[in-house]
Design a protein around this ligand. Structure first.
Ligand SMILES: [Zn+2]
Length: 416
């Protein structure tokens, strides 16, 4: 029986890899076609906000990124084929002469490093060719290299001790290792989210308070209403790396922050900045961060529980084309192969995220004039060269934010 299980798992796993890849390429093609259909002029609803030239730039920029992403999709599919069906991961594991926990740690570290190195050319082309070509790149090879090194060191400092701890629990606790590991990893994630705004993000960017009296007064009023502190509103020097503008809300408890990119502030009028702040405060007021943390804790519990059940099931390892069994290999399957199955959750997660964007917009529309948010959003589309058109299915599958037209229509319905 178990050998039959492993055979079915192999078939299922391979089918998922192929079907997912086909779906991704198909959706990308659809999106490219949708963009081409509107290559010259924006839909009439946008014609008073966007010039034809601005719209054409957005279409060209977005199409170039999509064409590039098609190659990246192929690369990702080839890599997963190499690790699993072609047994690349198994070969790597067998070539490591260390034993016990150290072998698992070295194995997972090697995989991570190999993927990091293989990914570099993609990031370099994207930053120094694509972004550069459309005038968005502000990063230099020096900043780029320092960023990557910092990321590696940070990943090592956080990841290696955590990995050893999980492997230790595996050895020490037997059947219940999964529950202990789940608690440890979840606790650690909380800790990371909590220290992110004040410890991790400042390793990469500078954060400073907002300037300007009129802006400050407007902010005071909004944040007071939301039960937030104006000291928690920051500007980030995003212009060091890119001309793209944005704003985000992060952290929880005493460590929560609204962050504006300095690039965004340069592009918007005060009332538009306030409308976007109101949107971010909406995310906070509606507890979107704790809610998504609960969802991710739930999925991670299921993941660890499954790992616990599958620890000794040899067919599961064989089902993913791995004949060697070890906790390190189990972790590899769960981190690298599992996304092949959970791929089908992405449209659901994207849908939830879009629902939350509508909710934050509705909050902003109560606190500020909806017209200001509409203008602010359209300026974001304009300055970021984001196209205001998209394919229905592509957008439904991937987009964390609602399509421009839907979002604006909804905001217009709030106008008094
Ligand atoms: Zn939002």
């Amino acid at each position: 029986m178990p050998s039959l299980y492993s055979y079915y798992t192999q078939v299922l796993f391979l089918s998922f890899i192929i079907v997912n890849h086909a779906v991704e390429i198909y959706l990308t093609r659809r999106q490219l076609e949708a963009l081409q259909k509107h290559a010259l002029t924006p839909p009439p609803e946008f014609s008073s906000y966007l010039t034809d030239v601005e719209h054409q730039k957005a279409i060209q920029y977005s199409s170039a990124k999509l064409k590039f992403s098609q190659f990246h999709l192929m690369y990702s599919a080839a890599l997963i084929m190499y690790w699993f069906p072609l047994r690349g991961a198994e070969k790597l594991f067998l070539s490591i002469s260390a034993t016990g926990m150290h072998r698992d740690v070295l194995f997972l570290l090697s995989i991570t490093l190999i993927q990091f190195i293989l990914n570099l050319p993609w990031t370099i082309i994207s930053t120094f060719y694509l972004e550069e070509k459309f005038g968005f790149n502000k990063s230099t090879p020096k900043i780029f290299t320092i960023d990557r090194l910092k990321g590696l060191v940070l990943g090592g400092v956080i990841g290696i001790p955590l990995l050893y701890a999980v492997l230790y629990l595996f050895q020490a606790l037997g059947n219940w290792w999964w529950l202990a590991s789940f608690l440890l990893v979840t606790g650690f994630q909380f800790f990371l989210v909590w220290i992110y705004p004040t410890v991790i993000a400042p390793l990469f960017n500078k954060f400073y308070p907002l300037e300007g009296e009129e802006l400050k007064q407007g902010i005071e009023k909004l944040v007071e209403h939301a039960g937030f502190n104006a000291k928690e509103v920051f500007v980030m020097d995003a212009s060091r790396r890119s001309a793209h503008g944005n704003a985000y809300f992060t952290g929880f408890g005493k460590n929560k922050r609204v962050v504006f990119f300095d690039t965004l502030l340069k592009q918007l009028e005060i009332k538009e900045i306030l409308a976007i702040l109101a949107h971010e405060l909406g995310h906070m007021k509606l507890k979107h961060i704790p809610k998504s943390m609960i969802t991710s804790i739930f999925f991670s519990f299921i993941g660890f529980w499954l790992m616990g059940q599958l620890t000794d099931q040899v067919w599961f390892y064989n089902g993913h084309f791995l004949r060697a069994t070890s906790p390190g290999i189990l972790l590899l399957i769960f981190t690298q192969a599992l996304p092949v199955y959970t791929f089908w959750f992405s449209p659901i997660m994207a849908w939830i995220s879009r629902k939350r964007e509508f909710e934050a917009d509705a909050y902003a529309a109560k606190e500020t004039d909806p017209k200001d948010l509409i203008h602010g959003l359209l300026k974001l589309y304009q300055h970021n060269a984001s196209p205001v058109v998209s394919d229905k299915y592509y957008s439904g599958f991937y987009h964390s934010h609602p399509p421009a037209l839907q979002r604006i229509k909804k905001l217009e319905s709030f106008k008094s």
